[in-house]
Design a protein around this ligand. Structure first.
Ligand SMILES: *[C@@H]1O[C@H](CO)[C@@H](O)[C@H](O)[C@H]1NC(C)=O
Ligand SMILES: *[C@@H]1O[C@H](CO)[C@@H](O)[C@H](O)[C@H]1NC(C)=O
Length: 996
């Protein structure tokens, strides 16, 4: 994703001219596309309300996760289980062409690129997959997922031009053939997206439409024939909804709160074009958001992801996601649910190493407060199948609905049925103070103003509630509730329903119960019950940590405050994709996360995590007599609530023993030997091209010095240009490395200067004068070391990703001479990179990388002792190595990270390699990232770790690392899958030969 804000704002203005109206039912035009409900040969179908799986309606509650941004396949189940535990039933994935096909024609689908492995994990966890192979994905990754070698062809990407169409054939064929075997019901895949945010189409550009036609045809012909092909439009303008290139299921993305992570309290108003946009583009399909804002991205010089997490925090999720439901949506996927890491060189210039994205699940796999909010909503949406056929009956701020015109109400329901959903929120997102009101409802017992017993309903500033009337659960029903429903389930013929409000708020809930004689209250004195007009009415004002149970007839109502609600889990006890309320489930209150629940005989096997010693409450069938937590028996007693069992489960180990990096032995070597006159570059590539096919041409100079033209697409590059004679006075250069790139130039070993590209200036023009005595009359060598922050993306489908990386222009000034020859290098082997596990983008062209010094197993015993905390006294690149052992106790999920301390006076760039994986790019004067989480499996938690750190001083005054620590970011006692992936990464001897 990424939205161009200007475009977005323009569209908001354009589209908001159609104000949320009084729609009654959707206007479904005849002859709409395939996969409609009623075509019984397909397991995945839809109509204007919702998707169907196996003929049954589902609420599609999805989140985006890029498996390749967590290159440890054994951790994928951790993310998917955490999603499933929050009642997500779908994961959306981008597939990265550039990572899969590092060299044209050589595809590698193994390790972190393994789709089959991912589909198997998803199948095991029981979560649907929406696969999005691009070929263009954007995704804030280099080239937007297009491979580096594609920059060298003339034909324009994302059109039907032959060179481009030929280029993606193998990739899409492999993708489709592999994915076809995992289409539901043979696997978890329920949809495949063609292209991404592709808005150049229709009459404006027939070549784009032809391309989309070819792409969909290739997907179909290679086996994607059982699930809908979808499109993700950038806004609801109907691209590929109908006509040539039309997809089966149309959707559009939305990032309504923008990306200003520096000002988290500044919210946008709610977008109100979704309904009209949907009506105008694909009214036969559900309102489907293939991407809805799940966080925000941050770039170099940004404020860091804490700000993004706040901007898009639990209140944002509460108000904006419920507004999607109020707009009729039953299908949405949040981008991102887990962001992960731009390890290696998979970033594009607009982002840094962390791709945390302020997501519900943080980069270090810990849960953010937003996770709690989406979990509460996920539980409710699946518990409420009535939502799936509801239409918008009415909406507005009129006092028809509430006593307060500051409250906006959307009424959803079935025109013929009794159930209604009142989505209430503040009229403006600017209001951050509480608002109270009475709600006028139209229920099966007539028109009522609630609460009936006095008091009011409260919205706490930025809060939205979905309040139900005539809401069935099990064999019972709620007449109304001013508390929100969390979920309901039937256990041993007792219908449990869980209600919640924020602490300090009051509630009133009326039940259509016929068994009113026997009301039992337990747990909390703040909840009371009375019989009013033949109905059991519960009411009260909740404090924090309220858990009250009220029983009457075969109904059990659990009333909790919202924070207690977040500790309730509702795992299904049979393996299933199905999260509907009639799939057998239990209730567990307390743990950090509950991943799994299985009943074997009379034992309930719970698998999950804790962050402290935790008392749990388990409500399970009475056949359950004992409870195991992560395989160990828990001593359980009857709960004093009168239902369920309670016990105590252990927390994590109190502390971890981690090495002090400053006191380790470090060894060091020069990582820029190329500046020396006598450096042997005989194996380097000769720059001999004088023309390029792409439209971006060299500015000046005879030979082409674009790294990608010579097969180098990743990280840093080094150029050596030779010229003869000492007459020139200066060299003029245009260097292009993308925003925030850096370079240093040297003549015959003498430092000329360094500079960096800033935001919006990815080209730096410089003229360096040769100081007296630095030139030879014979051969002179100009050495330029530069890095790139990846290729640009191609948002506008205008080949911007072909913007060169390297030297765009060069010339000697004075003396009328020219360079005799140029040589260059990038990552070892270029497109024939040796490391097929870590893939084409892990390494760049620094000596430390080419020589294999960054790999585990490299013999540094002959290097000098020296630490990065001492650093270097001059411009140049130095590499440091150290090693340490970790012995994290089994059953502990320790999230560990490297924390840099910025030395403000030092102008340096560092790459951090952990066991050969580049997992950190630190730019001292851009920041903002200082903490680099390293996933277990890259970091070996049960053995040796080898660390390599480069230190590139851009200034002649030198640089050092002020401090670097290995820090715990979170420690859990965990039932997650055991990780042994650290063992499969190749070492020096596998990749570079027997010894160095
Ligand atoms: C691309 O599409 C355009 C518009 O339909 C068509 O004129 C052109 O022949 C197509 N090019 C190729 C190579 O198929
Ligand atoms: C909310 O605040 C913004 C910024 O101050 C302002 O532009 C906007 O008009 C306000 N919206 C409402 C509905 O008051």
């Amino acid at each position: 994703m990424t939205l161009q804000l200007i475009l977005n704002i323009f569209l908001c203005i354009l589209l908001t001219t159609r104000v949320l109206g009084q729609l009654s039912v959707y206007d479904i035009p005849p002859g709409s596309p395939g996969f409609q409900h009623g075509n019984s040969s397909q397991a995945v179908q839809f109509d204007s309300h919702s998707l169907f799986i196996d003929g049954r309606r589902i609420f599609l509650f999805g989140g985006e996760f890029h498996p390749w941004r967590l290159p440890v396949p054994q951790l994928w189940s951790d993310i998917l289980q955490k999603m499933k535990a929050a009642n997500f039933n779908a994961v959306s994935i981008y597939v990265h062409w550039g990572l899969v096909e590092g060299k044209s024609g050589e595809l590698n689908w193994e390790y972190h690129r393994s789709l089959e492995e991912f589909y198997k994990v998803a199948q095991r966890v029981g979560i649907f997959v929406i696969a999005r192979p691009g070929p263009y994905i954007n995704a804030e990754t280099t080239g937007g997922g297009l491979p580096g070698w594609l920059t060298n062809i003339a034909d324009v990407a994302r059109t039907n031009q032959t060179g481009y169409v030929n280029a993606w054939q193998s990739y899409i064929k492999d993708f489709a053939q592999m994915t076809s075997r995992y289409q539901y019901p043979n696997g978890p895949v329920i949809a495949v997206q063609s292209e991404n945010e592709f808005y150049v189409s229709g009459d404006e550009d027939p070549t784009s439409t032809e391309y989309m036609v070819l792409l969909e045809k290739a997907l179909r012909e290679n086996g994607i024939d059982k699930v809908p092909i979808t499109a993700n439009d950038v806004y609801p303008s109907g691209n590929f909804a109908k006509g040539l290139g039309e997809v089966d299921l149309y959707g559009f993305d939305s990032y309504p709160n923008g990306f200003d992570c520096a000002h988290p309290p500044q919210w946008s108003e709610l977008a109100n074009y979704y309904i009209s946009g949907h009506q105008n583009s694909a009214p036969w399909a559900p309102v489907f958001f293939p991407e809805f804002q799940g966080g925000a991205l941050d770039g170099w010089q940004g404020v860091g992801y804490d700000g993004c997490e706040q901007l898009t925090g639990p209140e944002f999720a509460n108000v904006f996601y419920k507004n999607n439901v109020a707009s009729g949506s039953t299908a949405m996927s949040f981008y991102m649910i887990y962001g992960g890491t731009n390890w290696g060189n998979i970033l594009y210039p607009g982002v840094y190493t962390s791709y945390d994205y302020g997501s519900a699940i943080r980069e270090d796999r810990l849960l953010s407060p937003k996770y709690d909010e989406v979990k509460l909503q996920g539980m409710f949406y699946h518990a409420s199948p009535q939502l799936l056929t509801s239409s918008i009956l009415a909406s507005g701020q009129s006092q028809t609905y509430t006593s307060n015109s500051g409250v906006f109400t959307s009424v959803l329901g079935l025109p013929e049925g009794p159930t209604k959903f009142y989505v209430v929120r503040q009229n403006s997102n600017n209001v951050t103070t509480p608002t109270s009101f009475l709600l006028n409802i139209d229920s099966s017992v007539g028109q009522l103003t609630i609460p009936q017993l006095g008091g009011h309903i409260t919205l706490a500033g930025r809060e939205s509630k979905i309040l139900v009337t005539d809401y069935a659960f099990g064999s019972n029903f709620l007449q109304y509730s001013t508390a929100e429903v969390l979920t309901h389930t039937t256990i041993d013929s007792i219908d449990y329903v869980v209600l919640y409000v924020l602490p300090g708020q009051s509630f009133e809930a009326s039940f259509g119960s016929t068994s009113i004689n026997n009301v039992n209250l337990s747990g909390s004195p703040s909840v009371q019950a009375k019989v009013l007009n033949g109905s059991v009415v519960l009411f009260g004002t909740l404090s924090s940590s309220t858990t009250a149970l009220v029983r009457f007839g075969n109904t059990a109502v659990l009333v909790v405050d919202k924070f207690t609600a977040t500790s309730i889990w509702n795992p299904r006890t049979i393996p299933s994709f199905d999260l509907s309320p009639d799939t057998p489930s239990i209730l567990v209150k307390g743990p950090y996360v509950v991943r799994n629940a299985t009943i074997i005989g009379s034992t309930l096997e719970l698998v999950g995590d804790t962050n402290r010693t935790t008392s749990i409450l388990v409500v399970a069938p009475s056949t359950v007599r004992s409870v195991h937590w992560n395989g160990s028996p828990v001593s359980m007693t009857k709960s004093n609530l009168g239902i369920g069992l309670t016990g105590t489960i252990p927390g994590p180990v109190p502390s971890l023993s981690l090495p002090n990096l400053k006191s380790l032995k470090w060894r060091t070597a020069d990582s820029l030997p190329e500046v020396a006159m006598g450096f042997d570059d005989s194996q380097w590539v000769v720059a001999n091209k004088t023309e390029v096919a792409r439209s971006q041409k060299p500015f000046y100079g005879k030979v082409v010095l674009f790294a990608d033209e010579y097969g180098f697409h990743s990280g840093s590059f080094i150029f050596r240009g030779s010229f003869t004679g000492g007459k020139s006075s200066a060299v003029q250069l245009s260097l292009q490395g993308g925003s925030y790139f850096g370079y240093s130039a040297f003549i015959n070993g003498h430092f000329l200067g360094s500079n960096q590209g800033f935001n919006g200036s990815d080209i730096v023009n410089a003229t360096y004068s040769f100081l007296q005595g630095t030139l030879n009359n014979g051969r002179n060598v100009l050495t330029i070391v530069m890095d790139s922050n990846g290729l640009d993306t191609d948002w506008n489908a205008n080949d911007a990703f072909k913007n060169p990386r390297g030297i765009r222009g060069y010339q000697l000034i004075g003396g009328s001479g020219d360079f005799d020859s140029w040589k260059l290098t990038g990552n070892l082997g270029g497109e024939d990179f040796p490391d097929k596990v870590r893939g084409p983008l892990n390494e760049g062209g620094f000596w430390a990388e080419r020589s294999g010094a960054v790999l585990p197993g490299f013999d540094d015993s002959k290097w000098a002792l020296g630490s990065p905390f001492v650093g270097i006294p001059k411009a140049g690149v130095q590499v440091y190595r150290t090693s340490f052992a970790l012995d994290i106790p089994l059953g502990t999920d320790a999230s560990l990270g490297f924390q840099f301390t910025r030395a403000p006076t030092s102008n340096y760039r560092s790459l951090l390699f952990v066991n050969g994986w580049q997992f950190g790019k630190f730019i001292s004067n851009f920041g903002p990232q200082t903490v680099f989480p390293i996933p277990e499996g890259v970091l070996n938690h049960h053995g040796m770790n080898e660390i390599a750190l480069t230190l590139w001083s851009l200034d002649s005054s030198g640089a050092k690392i002020a401090d670097l620590k290995l820090v715990p970011l979170g420690v859990l006692s965990s039932g997650k899958e055991v990780v042994t992936d650290a063992m499969v990464s190749p070492i020096y001897q596998d990749l570079r030969g027997p010894s160095n």
